[in-house]
Design a protein around this ligand. Structure first.
Ligand code: GLU
Length: 328
């Protein structure tokens, strides 16, 4: 039988909030229920925002809640040379183009378009779709721009990339999604898996490498999931749409695709998502209110198969109220 390996892959841009704990717990539980292992990976490619103190806090918060991971923990910041090699491969395939567009240039272009900002398409994450500036410039213009020496990013020509991946594959691409409440139990039979057909066009030409680092979230995540032989990626449903892009990169780079299990996001009682920006940091503050790790775990939403059936997308009232106290 296949070895089950899951992972929890936080970006150390802030403290963990309860949504992270939930996600980490699912990754651990998914593996544990199938005699597999769960790895921790620190996604610290954002050299401007990643901080060592957050890495330390992540480790201590996870161990406080009772989750432990095999050492050494993979740090993405040690792997820029590997990402560069894969980036070069994508360049050779001709699916990337250098993009010099600044934020204000993109903004101006969109505002000048018929209908303006309001009518402009947004990607599944709600961001404005990149207008394709610098995609279709002539080779001589591109060379001249290179000579000028201004900073540029590498963008994926999404239509070309998807078409090439499909041509290589001899037909449409798919990824396997297996989230269901049953995915918490040991039994994960074929009938609970569905094949989702890849359609990444609505993302537009995403950034694959930034001006200061030879990678991006999408590139390094697929490389490291393959490198760590992750069999099942469990992560929040907010990353389901991004899987379309990631599946194309896996096909073009000829690296294996894991099975995906995107779980619902936990929410506050009023329906708001947990997020770093909303100040939902530091679930550890619950400690001061007398919450033990076990008690927090008990109060996490628990789909059928893992214990009591409680609401799947709502926190227990008690826990949510405690968090409100912590934050005010
Ligand atoms: N590092 C990403 C984050 O913190 C998650 C990556 C993933 O699970 O694919 O949001």
């Amino acid at each position: 039988a296949m070895e089950i390996i899951t992972r929890f892959a936080p970006s150390p841009n802030g403290r963990l909030h309860l949504g992270h704990v939930f996600s980490a717990y699912i990754a651990a539980q998914f593996a544990r229920a199938r005699n597999g292992i769960c790895l921790l990976r620190i996604e610290d490619i954002d050299i401007g925002r990643a901080r060592e103190e957050h890495v330390d806090a992540i480790s201590s918060d996870l161990s406080w809640i009772g989750l432990s991971y095999a050492a050494p923990v993979l740090r993405q910041s040690t792997r820029f040379a590997v990402y560069q090699t894969h980036l070069n491969r994508l360049r050779e395939l001709g699916v990337l183009y250098p993009c010099w567009a600044t934020r204000s240039e993109i903004r101006q272009h969109i505002e000048a378009a018929p209908g303006g900002l309001k009518a402009w398409p947004r990607d599944p994450d709600g961001a404005l779709v990149y207008p394709g500036l610098y995609r279709d410039i002539s080779l001589s213009k591109r060379q001249a721009m290179m000579w000028e020496g201004r900073d540029y990013a590498w963008r994926l020509d999404i239509k070309k990339a998807q078409a090439m991946a499909e041509a290589d594959n001899g037909g449409p691409l798919f990824f396997t999604e297996c989230y269901s409440t049953e995915c918490y139990s040991e039994d994960l039979s074929m009938k609970q898996k569905k094949q989702i057909q890849v359609d990444a066009h609505k993302f537009g030409d995403v950034v694959i490498a930034r001006k200061d680092v030879p990678t991006s979230y999408h590139l390094s995540v697929v490389i490291d999931d393959a490198f760590q032989k992750i069999s099942h990626v469990t992560r929040g449903a907010d990353l389901l749409a991004a899987t379309h892009i990631q599946r194309i990169l896996q096909a073009l780079l000829e690296i294996p695709a894991p099975v995906y299990a995107h779980h619902p996001l936990i929410r506050h009682l009023d329906g708001r998502r947990f997020s770093k920006t909303a100040g939902d940091t530091g679930f550890r503050e619950l400690e001061a209110l007398g919450w033990s790790p076990d008690r927090i775990i008990e109060h996490l939403p628990r789909p059928v198969g893992l214990g009591d059936a409680v609401s799947r997308d709502t926190l227990s009232k008690q826990l949510s109220e405690a968090l409100t106290d912590v934050m005010s």
